[in-house]
Design a protein. Structure first.
Length: 100
């Protein structure tokens, strides 16, 4: 006669083999970049130089048109309102370039 040995408990069943080496997830390092003021100014200067050295065709045409209007005298008698607007634009342009 064969006696019952007993059932297999969950802890006694077949086990998964674990790898000998377990690669751990590396900690994430945070990168940062610091750009000096001098480098920013040099970058701005290079950008302006690039823009100035490559003429935009539409700007060239507009400049020719303005020169012709100046020669004809179209800008000789501007209203006070128009002169004020031009002065405001010129002032804003100078303030913007000095604020950098």
């Amino acid at each position: 006669m064969i006696d019952k040995i007993g059932g297999i408990s969950p802890n006694q069943g077949p086990r998964k083999s674990e790898p000998a080496y377990r690669a751990e997830t590396p900690a994430r390092a945070s990168d940062n970049v610091s750009i000096s003021e001098e480098a920013l100014r040099a970058s701005d200067a290079a950008r302006v130089q690039r823009l100035a050295s490559t003429p935009d065709e539409s700007r060239v045409e507009k400049l020719k048109e303005v020169k012709e209007k100046l020669a004809r005298g179209d800008y000789d008698k501007l209203s006070d309102e128009m002169l004020g607007q031009v002065a405001d634009r010129v002032a804003k342009a100078f303030q913007g370039s000095q604020g950098s």
